[in-house]
Design a binder for this molecule. Structure first.
Ligand code: MD3
Ligand code: FE
Length: 204
């Protein structure tokens, strides 16, 4: 694993208050499946909170101050989100992280995210903080080259990952979400049949 990637297991637990906040913000800025520049539709549904929201359509990837779906500014970033992201970044060795964007990804069973890099942010020296909520997922870390066979990291409810330094520029993906085996799990984390991921970024 790259040295600038820090996993803080369970750091965001309990996640029930985060789920409630996601449901509140999604009432104002609904989840939607975005178009890719290549003409496809992402399987992951997304929304945003904060000053800037990540958006994709046939014209490309970019950050927008307003939700194109509603014409309104994105919902404000809840103070608890900003605090969690700033504290986790500091614990991972990146003090002073003040996110201005929070992309909220919603994975239903069958959703996945193909290998990509995140470089739509202005200052790539800023870390990214990711918070996993709900069903576990297999995160795939390819690193510097997309063709490198990935390392698999299981991300569970409440896990926080911080990416900075060289890891910030690496290729990564999320394996197709599968239904939980209720015989072994008994119940789904937080009663959720899906997975949310919050990614906190400094966009501008
Ligand atoms: C490493 N999301 O939103 S979070 C994304 O689980 C994204 O929803 C995944 O990749 C998810 O762009 C993975 C972890 C993550 C997020 C951004 C990164 C890892 C990263 C940016 C650079 C390097
Ligand atoms: Fe990413």
């Amino acid at each position: 694993m790259a040295t600038d990637l820090v996993l803080l297991p369970g750091r965001a637990a309990p996640t029930a208050p985060l789920i409630a906040a996601i449901e509140t913000l999604a009432a104002a800025a609904p989840f939607r499946r975005l178009q890719t520049p290549g003409g496809g539709t992402m399987s992951v549904a997304m929304t945003n909170c904060g000053s800037w929201g990540w958006h994709s359509d046939t014209r490309g990837y970019r950050y927008l101050a307003r939700d194109p779906l509603t014409g309104c500014a994105w919902p404000a970033m809840p103070a608890a989100f900003a605090r969690l992201a700033g504290e986790a970044a500091a614990e991972a060795g990146f003090p002073g992280f003040v996110p201005d964007a929070c992309l909220v990804n919603r994975y239903e069973i069958g959703a996945q995210m193909g290998a990509h890099r995140d470089f739509d942010e202005l200052d790539l020296r800023q870390p990214i903080v990711s918070v996993s909520i709900g069903l576990p997922a297999q995160f795939l870390w390819h690193g510097e080259q997309r063709r490198t066979r990935p390392r698999v990291v299981e991300l569970r409810d409440g896990d926080v990952l911080v990416w900075g330094g060289r890891a910030r520029a690496g290729y990564h993906a999320v394996r197709r979400l599968t239904a939980p085996d209720l015989l072994t799990h008994g119940t789904t984390p937080q009663g959720l049949e899906l997975r949310y991921n919050l990614t906190f970024r400094r966009a501008k």
